[in-house]
Write a protein that binds this ligand. Structure first.
Ligand SMILES: NC(=O)c1ccc[n+]([C@@H]2O[C@H](COP(=O)([O-])OP(=O)(O)OC[C@H]3O[C@@H](n4cnc5c(N)ncnc54)[C@H](OP(=O)(O)O)[C@@H]3O)[C@@H](O)[C@H]2O)c1
Length: 329
């Protein structure tokens, strides 16, 4: 099954004067997104890596691009999404060192089939990295994104965009919803109920519901909150799978997958030039993908509100005093 083509980025897309953050900028879609922002005149590109030495060598490569304008700034920060203290330290460093943030593209993520627990938080790793840390980061960066939009003349919304996946619709939590009395975080950390092939979809369902709920607390005239699915893209996302599964994945990718250059155009659309109609939505190939019916059902709505409460409580516990009052209305 072939994927539809992704049109080239419009020539009018121009990030001059903008400061853009891309998490997971060393590899795959994140790295390709960094190149697009640079090719479209971004003034300050900030990308994150897990290893400082790798970040510096990538920064040097980017600075050597022939098309780079001499005034372009490229900054690299360390961020490890398996640790709340790393997320909190990164967000406060960014807020202290960067005056403006027009676009936050939260891209970093993993695809695991094995049960693994973060040694830092005790949470299951895919839930921790793909959902909880990204949600925390979104909440911690929101004040800077909003303040930047309010300072911009003429008024222009900032973007808070999270890389999601259409696979969210395959989550086990849709087929067998988490009981009302069970916390979502507890369900995600229940090794007895763990289903390897649902792990990734579960984490992306949480991302999808979080974006839908966050959008309700945010005025899209200041910050557009959205997510996107780049389709199947040839990257190293499946690097932790067994050898036979990786070989199979490579064959499927060779037949069907987009290149990171093409797939990342979907990221740039969401986190760069999509309109206010994308607020709370998921974008695929420059279009909004309608929410699955379950998410609009009573069960879906309940899970969304419960997820929001648990996430906000986690941020209040681990990073007290950092949440923007506007988010809590
Ligand atoms: N490829 C696809 O077909 C596809 C489809 C739909 C959605 N996505 C989503 O696209 C995003 C990017 O994935 P990709 O396909 O480009 O894969 P990738 O090449 O493996 O990139 C993943 C990025 O996330 C970073 N990362 C992983 N664990 C991290 C952690 N604990 N802390 C901080 N950074 C971490 C990686 O850094 P290291 O190099 O240090 O591990 C890397 O930069 C993910 O959110 C993924 O779910 C991908």
């Amino acid at each position: 099954m072939l994927q539809p083509p992704v049109p080239a980025l419009p020539a009018s897309v121009d990030f001059q004067g903008k400061t853009v953050l891309v998490t997971g900028g060393n590899s795959g879609l994140g790295r390709a997104a960094c190149l697009h922002y640079l090719q479209h005149n971004v003034s300050t590109l900030i990308f994150t890596v897990r290893r400082a030495s790798e970040g510096e060598s990538i920064r040097a490569e980017l600075l050597a691009l022939p098309e780079l304008r001499s005034e372009t700034k490229i900054l690299v920060y360390e961020l490890n999404l398996s640790s709340h203290s790393s997320v909190i330290a990164f967000a406060s460093k960014l807020r202290a060192e960067v005056e403006d943030l027009h676009i936050a593209l939260l891209n970093a993520g993993i695809f695991h089939l094995d049960w693994e627990v973060s040694p830092h938080t005790g949470n299951e790793m895919t839930f921790q990295v793909n959902y909880l840390s990204n949600a925390m980061l979104a909440l911690l960066l929101f004040p800077l994104l909003r303040a930047t939009a309010e300072r911009t003349n003429p008024p222009t919304p900032s973007y808070l965009s999270i890389v999601a996946s259409q696979k969210y619709s395959e989550s086990r939590f849709i087929k067998s919803p988490i009981p009302e009395t069970t916390p979502i975080f507890k369900a995600c950390n229940d090794k007895e109920e763990f289903q390897p092939w649902s792990l990734y979809a579960d984490s992306k369902l949480l991302v999808r519901l979080f974006v839908k709920e966050l959008a309700k607390h945010v005025d899209p005239s200041t910050v557009i909150v959205n997510c996107m699915c780049p389709g199947m893209v040839k990257t190293n996302l499946a690097r932790d799978l067994s050898f036979p599964l990786r070989v199979l994945g490579r064959i499927v990718q060779a037949l069907m997958a987009r290149s990171p250059d093409v797939g990342s155009r979907v990221l740039i659309n969401a986190a760069g030039f999509a309109g206010k109609e994308s607020h709370g939505e998921m974008l695929v190939v420059y279009q909004i993908l309608p929410m699955i019916a379950w998410a609009e059902s009573k069960e879906g709505e309940q899970m969304q509100v419960k997820l929001w409460r648990e996430t906000v409580a986690e941020v209040k516990k681990d990073a007290p005093g950092t949440l923007d009052a506007a988010l809590l209305h």
